[in-house]
Each structure stands twice: as C-alpha cells, then as structure tokens.
Design a protein around this ligand. Structure first.
Ligand code: MRU
Length: 354
C-alpha cells in the first residue's frame, strides 16, 4: 500500500526506498513535484511549511518521519530512547491544531514501549511497521467514512466544501471528499462547489485539482459567494473535514468553516463534518480549549508571492476557527454517523472498534 500510487494517479505521502516522499502541495496545481526526505528534521519542517497539510496526512507524515528519524539515532539503547523522545517533541511542535499529529506520535511512543528491550534494529523495524499501519488504517477509515456518509448525500446533490479534506489531506480517499467519492461510488450523481479558502487557497488549488483527477465535477467559488449560492438554492448540503473535535462536538477546521456553518444554518441546509476517530480529542471539553494556530501574516499579505496589502498594515491570520456543535447536523466517522447530543455519541463511538 505505501509504495502504491493511488488509483487517481498521485499519492500524498509514502515511505519509499528508505525515505519519506511527499507530493509538494505548495506547488499545486501548477507543478506536480515529489520531494524526497532523508532526514527527520526536514520532514518536520515540511509539515510546518505545508508541503503536506490536512490533519490525517500530517499524522501519517509524522509517523513516517519518526520512523525515518530512528535510523539517524545511535544503536546504544539509552541514547536511542533519548533521541526518540527528542524526535517526538520536535514533531509535536510542527503544527498545533490538528490533533491527529499528537495521536500519531502517541501511537509511535506506545509501539516503542510495547517492544521494550528488543534490539534497537528490531525497534526501528517495529516503528516503521507502526507508521505503515497508521497510513493503511487512515485510507481504510476514509473509505469507510465515504460509505457511511454517502447515505446522507442525495443523488444529484451539489455539495459545498471548504479547504481541502480530500486524498491530499489524508493518506488517500479523503474525509469530506471521501464522502463525495463514496456517493459517487454508490452510483450517485454528485457535483462539488469548492470554496477557494483564503488565504492559502486549499480549495482553489488543491480540492479542484484533486476532483479533476477524480473526474468529479467541481466548480470553484470565492469564499464570499457561498451565501448567494445558498440563497439561490444551488447548494444541497455542506461537507467539511476537521482538525480537532472537542468532547462536546465543537469542531476546529480551516478558517472560514464557521462562517459556512452559520450560512448553512440560516439557509436550512445540513452541515456535515467527516472525520476519523483520530481527530477527536475528548481531553478538551469544548472548542474554547482547542489551540488555534496563528500563521505568518505574510500568507495573508501575499497571494502567490505577490503582495496585495501595503507594507506594515497589520493583518491577522488565525488558521482555524471553531464551529459550535449545535450547527453540525452529523459527525461522519469510520465507526458510524453520530447525531446530537454529541457528547454521549462521541464517547460511545470511541469505545467501539471500527
Ligand atoms: O492548514 P491545513 O491545510 O492543514 O488545514 C486543513 C484543514 O483545515 C482540513 O479541512 C482538515 O485538516 C481536515 S483534512 C481531512
């Protein structure tokens, strides 16, 4: 699976011949460039710099990055374990909001603990096997979410999505776009409206590129067009992904998601969130406790490297916002479709297996 190119002709992240390879998402759609990483530090920086992005993809990449990093550590067990702990801290600092990153690091730590006193060469192999498992399980979870979520999307639907929650944001198939693929695979005719998603333009650059590859009809709109299209009756439902979902069902996702949810509510449209169980963080009671990444103001001041705001004008750049649970019609997970009240539904979902 990890060496395989996806059916649609690309991959997001893979382990290939002893290194981590990433499709450079900063260059899409203009250039399809695969970058090869032979050092863990470079993988961690690639996460921060958005070579790879999207909550599940960040987690999978960190797992492979940790497996790679263990090859750079000494064979002496004490030094190896100190180095591994430092690597885990380094990856945890790469981006703050997507909980899948911390979930993947915790899984890698647990695997290290489980192999105990094994020789360091065997520990390295076990950690690579764990990273491969995290990758493969993510694809399987997305396919399952797609199957379950497809039932919520009527034949002929026009689905509005925000940011990119597709194959590019996961190990493959996608969460929100997994639901779209699932509906397509169930024989439904589906069209997608992709918010361009300022400032990083994941919708315009990535969602549109990915859906063209998937041969699913897509139309890009600027973020400020969604309200008008909803009022005109051109949108059937909204499906987005998530970076972290709190215990009460509040959802952190790409900045602008909250606005789309409010608009959907005003227009009586269902607003669905598709996310694997690895995106839930029940240690945080509600959305107020979710750490929100503030990224560089330059990403707002510029588009495609061209300055559009006068030098020194202050700008804000919170990269995520929180949608209150009451605006979410359903949470689509690989373990079932959850309906309000979410606190009990989430707790029950997390105690059962897929
Ligand atoms: O800043 P990004 O591009 O990493 O933000 C990505 C999103 O907000 C996605 O919607 C989210 O991670 C869900 S991905 C399946």
């Amino acid at each position: 699976m990890n060496d395989a190119i996806l059916d649609e002709g690309f991959f997001t992240v893979r382990w290939h011949e002893g290194a981590v390879e990433l499709l450079d998402q900063r260059a899409l759609p203009l250039r399809e460039t695969v970058l090869r990483f032979e050092h863990a530090e470079d993988v961690a920086r690639a996460i921060t710099d958005m070579v790879v992005r999207g909550a599940p993809a960040i987690g999978v990449t960190a797992a492979f990055g940790l497996a790679l990093g263990t090859r750079e550590l000494p064979d002496e067990r004490g030094a190896f374990d100190r180095g591994f702990a430092a690597l885990c801290e380094r990856f945890a600092a790469a981006r703050p909001t997507a909980v899948n990153l911390f979930w993947a690091i915790d899984r890698m730590k647990a695997r290290r603990a489980a192999v105990g006193d094994s020789p360091v060469t065997a520990v390295r192999e076990a950690l690579l096997a764990e990273a491969r498992a995290i990758h493969d399980e993510d694809v399987a979870a997305c396919v399952q979410m797609g199957r379950l979520g497809a039932e919520l999307v009527p034949d002929g639907a026009a689905v509005l999505t925000h940011c990119n929650a597709g194959a590019l944001a996961t190990a493959g198939y996608g969460t929100a776009l997994g639901v779209v693929r699932g509906a397509r695979d169930a024989g439904k005719k589906i069209r997608v409206f992709a918010d361009e998603t300022r400032p990083f333009l994941q919708g315009a650059r990535l969602t549109a590129w990915e859906l063209v590859k998937a041969r699913i009809p897509v139309t890009v709109i600027t973020d400020n067009m969604a309200a008008d299209l909803m009022r005109r009756g051109e949108i059937t439902c909204v499906v987005v992904g998530a970076d972290r979902i709190a215990r009460n069902g509040d959802v952190a996702n790409k900045i602008g998601t909250y606005g789309v949810a409010v608009l959907a509510h005003v227009h009586g449209l269902p607003f669905y969130v598709a996310a694997p169980s690895s995106t839930f963080d029940v240690t945080i009671p509600d959305g107020a406790g979710i750490p929100i990444e503030e990224r560089s103001p330059e990403e707002v001041r510029q588009i495609g490297g061209v300055r559009i705001v006068a030098v020194d004008v202050p700008v804000r750049h919170p990269a995520f916002d929180v949608t209150p649970a009451e605006l979410v019609a359903a949470l689509i997970t690989e373990r079932g479709v959850l309906r309000p009240p979410y606190e009990a539904a989430i707790a029950a979902m997390l105690t059962r297996s897929a």
